[in-house]
Design a protein around this ligand. Sequence first.
Ligand SMILES: N[C@@H](CCC(=O)N[C@@H](CS)C(=O)NCC(=O)O)C(=O)O
Length: 441
Amino acid sequence: MAAGTLYTYPENWRAFKAQIAAQYSGARLKVATSAPAFTFGQTNRTPAFLNNFPLGKVPAYQGDDGFCLFESNAIAHYLSNDTLRGATPQAAAQVLQWVSFADSEIIPPASAWVFPTLGIMQFNKQATEQAKEDVKKFLAVLNQHLNTRTFLVGERVTLADITVVCSMLWLYKQVLEPSFRQPYPNVTRWFVTCVNQPQFKAVLGEVKLCEKMAQFDAKKFAEMQPKKETPSKKEKGGKEAGKPQEKKEKKKEEKKEEKKPDPEEEMDDCDAVLAAEPKAKDPFAHLPKSAFVMDEFKRKYSNEDTLTVAIPHFWEHFDREGYSIWYSQYKYPEELTLAFKSCNLITGMFQRLDKLRKNAFASVILFGTNNDSSISGIWVFRGQELAFTLSEDWQIDYESYDWRKLDPDSEECKTMVKEYFAWEGDFKHVGKAFNQGKIFK
Ligand SMILES: N[C@@H](CCC(=O)N[C@@H](CS)C(=O)NCC(=O)O)C(=O)O
């Protein structure tokens, strides 16, 4: 039976698919939606997270056995049992049919219609009218199919029902008022049956069907817009950084045409989650400016030779007043068993410390072999104190380590920086062979 953690933001309908599937199958699923385990917009941009989930998108699943999976449909499939997946080849194919139907026929028009009513997309009459027509089309297909059936595939709930229900949640909550849904009674009967199953209810709570079609929320939209340009959004990398210049130019040329919503320029539901997040205050704000540019060092460390470029750069620019160097050692080596579990311990710590990214650097190494290992590392922090106490979110792991501040001018410190940064050397103080390294950058 699968057991693991689902990383997501709260109330994510994509994550609901996996959560409901787990309710049916009995898979043991922890859902990580908040600090310290997971902070959307931060944790999912850390190297450790991207290492496991290269798109940085959620939901993302990591099994207790280390198995990683992204794409909500795949995760829901993995956490299902045979009944949910479709017990015969035909049933399994039909389940896949409805899962694909949800992605390609339901989600696009549902988003185009519902997002403006949530204030996360500009209203465009033509696009909304088109979306309503497309919604009618798929509702008619579902209504016909459900005329003689209780569930979409076979006699029991399957992933088809879970996926299609979750994809229609926003529609039923926001815009499918009684008169609009009246021609499709089988769909509403089926939807209500599903959301009232205890396994759905445990995840979705009470689902209240829309009484009056929500309209474009201009005020909410205006409130959302300025936040879109916050640095945190711009930093986002993937979507923003990858946007080709020519697209922007093309947009200028098209200015005179009727304005249609450009999906890449609009917010989507996850952008809205990010925009709604309160801005955290900088816990290092009290420190005087430092000439040591952490980002610059990290770029050298990532892209150039460690021994001949990154380490010399580090010592040439290191600011003894503004930064401190620490040696960390895991207190309970006797509890370390399998190497991959110990790696997860380190990776998890780095994920939880993502907000330190601009103010800290660490190279932490797992030494030894299965059932005979130790973890130690070198950390560089902004300021002269251990940074962990500056934020509640950072304290979860640090007490499991012994910390010793190093004198940057000592030979010991020079050697340790060299060995831990380069992941090579004698590591005389360790007494175990070098095994695996993990970096935090
Ligand atoms: N097809 C994917 C879509 C996942 C997705 O778009 N996730 C968004 C949240 S709604 C995300 O994590 N975005 C983060 C980002 O783009 O940085 C799935 O179903 O899992």
